[in-house]
Design a protein around this ligand. Structure first.
Ligand SMILES: [Zn+2]
Length: 64
């Protein structure tokens, strides 16, 4: 069930124009461009997790 919900979330997109949610690359309501709103935070394959940690570490060094 978990993997099913993840794949479902990946398909959900949000219209940049009218904030409608759709499964299409194009908004059903206004034909505007749609984007995936947020990556699932519970994903084990968080490509940006390492990036964030790296940034935090760099900042920590700066702050001393
Ligand atoms: Zn729209």
């Amino acid at each position: 069930m978990e993997s099913l919900s993840i794949s479902y979330m990946k398909k959900i997109k949000k219209c940049l124009n009218c904030d409608s949610y759709t499964l299409s690359d194009v908004c059903d309501e206004c034909g505007g461009e749609t984007v995936v709103p947020d990556p699932p935070k519970f994903s084990p394959e968080d490509k940006y997790g390492e990036y964030r940690r790296r940034q935090k570490k760099l900042k920590g060094v700066e702050d001393g």
